[in-house]
Design a protein around this ligand. Structure first.
Ligand code: ADP
Ligand code: MG
Length: 270
């Protein structure tokens, strides 16, 4: 086993069966993920790009154990990823930051409760109000928010502040791998730049790996160490970011890049 590999995925597939119409007798099969293999290194930002429906969210659900794989293997630091194994604490080690900071935080809970919840659940701190507040204040500081945020409700915060709270919650259990599923696509450009800088700083400070799911190739160019291009449940290409942008190897990668250029060309200058 390579010591530098944090996540290794081999031949991973997820096939969904569904009825096309009410009157179908036979189920149809959709290959949401079809024999995918790759490795993510320690401390790496590994970008996964591809159009809607290519299987990005299915991939993250499988890594998080939120759905059953059809076939294939996932290894975390050389061990089979099995969330049933309490001793290994995989749940703590792999976290996800969701796209939408508006819907991913419980609107009825104060921020200190939201942030300290995973730590309480995982036995990192005791379920006592003072402990939870102290703990949350520390996490808030890490993401550049004032301590007083601890007593706010999510609706009292801006989109950028909410996403910082989301990050604080993810990082509170000190994960080694963070899945970022379109982490800034719901935010303004200037706010998303701040959030991305924060994520890069935190990666450099704490030593984590990111799987960065996005459709924005500009962000990939700016942030990622390597790029993985997906299409129709399959991987088309994996390359170092510089190599990828200078000379994309796969015809689909070229199409993706061209479409990005034409979009930015037609976008009004706001
Ligand atoms: N629960 C499900 N049942 C049936 N089909 C699904 C389900 N989840 C996803 N799919 C299909 O699998 C494919 C991949 O979806 P998804 O992983 O969400 O793609 P992405 O995140 O890249 O947009 C799509 O065609 C989608 O319609
Ligand atoms: Mg998705």
């Amino acid at each position: 086993m390579d010591e530098n590999v944090i996540l290794s995925v081999s031949g991973l597939s997820k096939h969904y069966k569904y009825y096309k119409t009410l009157f179908d007798i036979k189920k149809n099969v959709i290959k949401a993920l079809d024999g995918v293999s790759f490795e993510v290194f320690k401390n790496e930002i590994f970008a996964v790009v591809g159009e809607t429906g290519c299987g990005k969210s299915t991939l993250s659900k499988l890594i998080l154990g939120l759905t059953e794989k059809t076939s294939g293997e996932i290894y975390f630091k050389g061990e089979p990823l099995d969330y049933g194994n309490k001793k290994k604490d995989f749940r703590k080690k792999i976290q996800i930051l969701f796209q939408d900071p508006y819907s991913s935080l419980n609107p009825k809970k104060k921020i200190y409760k939201i942030i300290s919840y995973p730590a309480v659940k995982n036995g990192v701190i005791k379920n006592k109000k003072k402990d939870r507040i102290d703990f949350a204040a520390e996490q808030l500081e890490n993401v550049g928010l004032p301590e007083s945020t601890a007593f706010s409700y999510p609706h009292m915060l801006s989109g950028g502040q909410r996403q910082r709270v989301g990050i604080a919650r993810c990082l509170s259990v000190r994960p080694e791998l963070l899945i970022l599923d379109e982490p800034v696509s719901a935010l303004d450009v200037s706010i998303s730049a701040q959030i991305l800088n924060l994520l890069t700083d935190l990666r450099n400070k704490n030593g984590m790996s990111y799987i960065f799911i996005t459709h924005d190739l500009k962000l990939v160019r700016h942030l990622a160490d390597r790029v993985c291009v997906m299409y129709g449940g399959k991987i088309m290409e994996i390359a170092e970011t510089d190599v990828f942008f200078n000379a994309p190897a796969h015809p689909y990668s070229k199409t993706l890049m061209e479409s990005m250029e034409s979009i930015s060309f037609t976008r009004p200058n706001l």
